[in-house]
Structures are given as structure tokens and as C-alpha cells.
Design a protein around this ligand. Structure first.
Ligand code: ARG
Length: 590
């Protein structure tokens, strides 16, 4: 289904044309002044320059043509030369009727669907998921669902951090803590020798300790770092024992990561890691070598990617270190070879922290000049801002440490549990699962309501409030509609037939429904789920007003009552669709 502005643009363009003007002047937008009109067209200004005429004359001619149309209740030219438009109730109701019949609820489907790979989440093996991964996971999940809802073919990939120096550090640390483990000895036999079990909690504590030790300015620190380099290299050359230990670390860690992701409704089509790019590294080296792009620099192999018009320094991409080990840039480039082979994507989106801008710029340039990706492939880095604490600095635990994601979820759950009314629930499990959903909804909505590029302050009290732009408010609104339908004995299934418009509150609500397609388009174009949050909130507020103004339960006029009930059902479906894009579960009651 076309969006409403696209439809209106067709009508207004035809009016321009029939007055003898270029139809491209007829672009219609949502009004800047909703108090005056619903839509506007500013084409008369450009027309005035083109045809050397007073703009107001053109606006008046075109508005005159439009005023007969059944689409508008009002089409008027207003000084200096705006064309202000307000829809007729018949047209607005008809448009909403079509939305209700449309399986995509009015969300425009891509004419030529793109294949989009979304690289998001980016959890690291043997490192507990911390809040830095929260944003990537929830923004990425939402972008994936949004792009799918717009008709694209979307592939989500976790791109686990499982292949670089952090793994070497973890393994080096384990080799000192457990020197007797068979995997560290030369005569390790994968057929006979098992790798001992490691508790995930212990595993997650190792990396921070190992990383701190390698940074110490002491002989021990330097020697340890050297050892970790050695382990990284052994891992990357698949040395038996080390490689087997690594496989075990990955499986323990990924099990834990999956658990947390599922609490957040985050799921990947592929759980590929940096290590899966390993088999494409020889091809990458060949390609860069044969094109003469790679050269030696202080023992390392690098590719220059600076351009003449660079305003800031652009260091070369480091492909291979002096010791032969490969780096973050290398695996990202090799991963593009793999993605090209497996998926031939039109777009690759990377949802990662804003601080990785340079890394991605370097990789993208290298991928283009070397021809790893086709000219027409669009590589997009979708950076996001930081989640801060009340002090405006990156969110920390009470004692100043890095907040683990599980701890954050548990804190939100405990707070949500206190707020729901126990008497509403007969079974304890039901109360618990509701509180979990509320906790997740509040965290996710609190994040996604901000444009992804912005920093925001994590304020659990605010996020859990039942008023204002919160996930809780939206969940509450859905439960309210459910309860109205229950009271009316309405089974919410099957077709919805939208009736006529009787009151102003309905008109406003229907206009918001009609504009939903625009919100989805904008969110998709800007890769920004906050427009989905915003639209969901508007729908909820207008629903609330509509419900307050019109007494559905006591209404005696059959037609009115039926129209209102159907509108309730449509709003419910719409809200559920928005929440599904945000990967937020609804609740029955709270
Ligand atoms: N694992 C990385 C980190 O924690 C994020 C990965 C982002 N994606 C990528 N293709 N480099 O910082």
C-alpha cells in the first residue's frame, strides 16, 4: 500500500499539471502546523521562480482545482503561497479501512527488495555481555525487524568477537592458572584428552584480569603480553590443544550469551564469529597482494586507504602483524568476502558503538578499492551513542565497575516486580513473567526512544513509569484495549471493518493511523527505530483521548458502537505491530 503522502502527492501533482505547471511541484508533506491543516504543499514557491509568476497566484489556481476533489474537506491557498490541505472524513475513513484490510497494516513494501546483512550485537566470547552490547543488540534487532516489515530480505549476524588478542589473553591466563591441563602440552590428543569444564562465571572473570595484567608496566606485564600474542598466533594457526580449548571456551560462552539475548528477544539468523572469516583470509591476502595494494610497514602488512581530500589523518589498514597474527580489520574484511559469497548483499549495516567510526571507514575504503565488494554494494556504519548514568558519564555499577547486562536486567526485574499488583495474578509464574516483560519493555523503550546516534541517561525510575513516553505506558495501553474488548465479549480475530467518523477524537486517531506508513518509511530511511517509538506513543495518547471522549460500553447507537469497537481493534493491532518491531512483548494485564 502506498503511503498517504504519496497518494496525495499524485493528486496534487495532477492538479499542478492541469493548471499547466510541472507536476513535480506537487509534493505533499505532513503539515508543520497541525492546528491549521493536516497536510501542505509548498510547490507554488518553486513554481513562481520557474514560471515568473506570483507564487500566490499559482497556489490559488491549484487549490481551486483541488477544492472540488472528494479527497479534501478543505484545500486552500494561504499567504505567502502555501497550499493547506485537510482530508475529508470519507477519504480518511476509507484510507484506514484499507489499512485494516492490508496484511502489512499500511506499511509500504519495497518495490525491489534489497538483501541486507545486519551485523549487530557483536558479543565477545569469554567476556560477559556488558551494557555496551545492550544498545547494539536492541537497536540492531529492531532495525532487522523494521527492514523485514518494509519487505526487504534481511539476514542478522552476531559477528562474535572470538578470534583476536582477547582470546589469546584468556588462554594465556588459563595456561598459568591450570598449567597441568593436557591441552597445554605437546602430547595432547583430542581423541583421548578432554578439556576440563570451566564455570562461565569464572570464565568471565578471566579476561578482565588478563587484560589488566598485560597492560602492567612491568617485566611480568610485558612477558604476559608476549605470551598472549603467542597464544593468539597458536590459536589462529589451529594448534591442537589450544584450538580445542578455544572451541570449548566458545561453546560455554555462547551458551551464556544466548540466554541473555533470548531474555531481550534478540535472535540472530547466524551466530558467525570473527573465526568464521578465518578460511577467507588466504583469499584476502592474495587479492590485496595481487592488486599491489598491500605493502610492508615496520614488519607488518598494511593497505593505504588515505585520500587526498581527507580532513583528518587516515591511518593505513593493518592486515597482518609482525608476528603473522591477524587483526580486527582483517577479520572484518575477510567476513565481507564470506558475505559476498554466501548472501550477495546489496547492503551491509554495522550497528556498533560510535567510537568505531575510524575502523569502519578504513575497512569500507579497503573493501571498495580492492573490489571485495561490488561498486553498488552499500556498506553502512550505523553508529550509536552511549548509555550514561545520572552523572552524564557512561553507566557504571554502584562501585564504579562495568555493569553486566544480566545484572541490569535483574535490577529492572526486581523494580518491575515491586510495581505490579500481586492481586491481579493468580499464579506466581504469571506475575514473574509479566514483571520480566515489563522490565525488558522499559529498558528497551527507554533506549530506542532516543535517536540511535544520541547519548542518553539510563533512568530506571523514569523508564518504569506508567506515564510519559515509556514502554510501560504502551504495554498498559494494550492491556486497556484488551480489557475493553473482554468486557464487550469481543473475540479479537478476523477482519476489521472500519466505520465512519463520528467525533474529533476519532478523526485525530485515524489520522495518526493513516500516518503510520510515513513513520515506518522515515525510520527505515534513517535507520532509526525512535520514529517507531514516537508513532506508537502518539497512537497510544490519541487512543486514550478517544476512549475517554467516547463511551463505548454505554453507547446505544449500533453503528457508532461497531465503528468504535473496530477502531479499538485496529489500534491494538497497530500497537502490537510497533511493539513487535521494537521486539517488546505485550502483557495481558499488569
Ligand atoms: N565485538 C566488537 C566489540 O565488542 C563489535 C563487533 C562489531 N562488528 C564488526 N563487524 N566489527 O567491540
Amino acid at each position: 500500500m502506498k503511503t498517504i503522502t504519496a497518494m496525495l502527492t499524485e493528486t496534487v501533482s495532477a492538479a499542478f499539471e492541469s493548471c499547466g505547471y510541472d507536476p513535480s511541484l506537487g509534493t505533499v508533506m505532513v503539515s508543520d502546523r497541525p492546528d491549521i491543516c493536516q497536510f501542505q504543499c509548498n510547490g507554488a514557491f518553486a513554481g513562481a521562480k520557474l514560471y515568473h509568476k506570483a507564487p500566490m497566484i499559482i497556489a490559488e489556481e491549484v487549490a481551486g482545482k483541488l477544492s472540488d476533489s472528494s479527497i479534501f474537506s478543505k484545500a486552500e491557498a494561504v499567504r505567502p503561497a502555501f497550499i493547506n490541505l485537510t482530508l475529508s472524513d470519507e477519504f480518511l475513513a476509507e484510507f484506514c479501512r484499507n489499512i485494516a484490510k492490508d496484511e502489512h497494516l499500511g506499511v509500504e513494501q519495497a518495490e525491489r527488495p534489497s538483501t541486507i546483512v545486519i551485523d549487530y550485537g557483536g558479543p565477545n566470547v569469554a567476556k560477559a555481555l556488558h551494557i555496551g552490547h545492550l544498545r547494539s543488540a536492541i537497536i540492531g534487532e529492531s532495525l532487522k525487524r523494521l527492514a523485514r516489515a518494509c519487505g526487504h530480505n534481511v539476514i542478522g549476524d552476531a559477528h562474535l568477537g572470538d578470534w583476536g588478542m582477547p582470546m589469546g589473553l584468556t588462554i594465556a591466563y588459563l595456561s598459568e592458572k591450570y598449567p597441568d591441563w593436557k591441552c597445554f602440552s605437546e602430547d595432547f590428543d583430542p581423541e583421548k584428552d578432554a578439556i576440563p569444564d570451566i564455570d562461565v562465571k569464572e570464565l568471565n572473570e578471566i579476561y578482565p584480569a588478563a587484560s589488566a595484567r598485560s597492560k602492567e608496566d612491568s617485566d611480568d606485564g610485558r612477558a604476559f603480553k608476549e605470551k598472549a600474542h603467542g597464544m593468539t598466533l597458536m590459536l589462529q594457526s589451529h594448534k591442537k590443544g589450544i584450538y580445542d580449548l578455544w572451541k570449548k571456551l566458545v561453546s560455554i560462552s555462547v551458551g551464556d550469551i544466548k540466554k541473555i539475548c533470548s531474555q531481550l528477544n534478540v535472535d540472530f539468523d547466524y551466530w558467525y564469529g570473527e573465526s568464521d572469516a578465518d578460511e577467507y583470509i588466504p583469499e584476502l591476502l592474495d587479492l590485496l597482494g595481487s592488486k599491489g595494494l598491500m605493502h610492508e610497514s615496520m614488519g607488518a602488512m598494511v593497505v593505504d586507504v588515505a585520500q587526498e581530500d581527507d580532513k583528518a589523518p587516515m591511518p593505513p589498514v593493518m592486515i597482518k602483524k609482525t608476528d603473522g597474527s591477524v587483526l580486527y580489520d582483517t577479520t572484518d574484511l575477510a567476513t565481507l568476502i564470506q558475505r559476498e559469497k554466501d548472501f550477495k548483499p546489496d547492503n551491509v549495516w554495522y550497528v556498533a558503538d560510535k567510537r568505531q567510526t575510524l575502523h569502519f571507514e578504513q575497512c569500507f575504503r579497503c573493501a571498495k578499492i580492492s573490489g571485495i565488494v561490488r561498486d553498488e554494494t552499500r556498506l553502512e556504519y550505523l553508529g550509536f551513542g552511549t548509555m550514561n548514568g545520572a552523572d552524564g558519564k557512561p553507566y557504571k555499577t554502584r562501585d564504579g565497575g562495568v555493569m553486566q547486562l544480566q545484572m541490569l536486567l535483574d535490577t529492572a526485574y526486581a523494580a518491575a516486580r515491586e510495581r505490579i499488583s500481586a492481586e491481579n495474578f493468580t499464579a506466581a509464574e504469571e506475575a514473574e513473567s509479566t514483571a520480566r516483560k515489563i522490565a525488558v519493555a522499559s529498558i528497551k523503550f527507554g533506549d530506542l526512544i532516543n535517536h540511535r546516534t544520541k547519548d542518553y541517561i539510563f533512568d530506571l525510575d523514569k523508564f518504569l513509569s506508567a506515564e510519559g513516553k515509556t514502554g510501560v505506558y504502551l504495554l498498559y495501553m494494550v492491556t486497556r484495549i484488551c480489557s475493553v474488548l473482554r468486557k464487550l465479549g469481543i473475540e479479537d480475530s478476523g477482519d476489521i471493518s472500519i466505520g465512519d467518523i463520528y467525533t474529533d477524537a476519532e478523526r485525530q486517531l485515524m489520522l495518526c493511523i493513516a500516518l503510520t506508513g510515513e513513520a515506518f518509511n522515515r525510520a527505515f530511511t534513517e535507520r532509526a527505530p525512535n520514529y517507531i517509538c514516537e508513532n506508537a506513543y502518539q497512537l497510544a495518547v490519541l487512543f486514550s483521548k478517544f476512549y475517554h471522549d467516547n463511551h463505548i460500553l454505554s453507547e446505544s447507537d449500533e453503528n457508532k458502537r461497531a465503528a468504535w469497537i473496530n477502531l479499538c481493534r485496529l489500534v491494538k493491532r497497530m500497537l502490537e505491530k510497533h511493539l513487535d518491531i521494537l521486539a517488546i512483548d505485550t502483557v495481558e494485564k499488569m
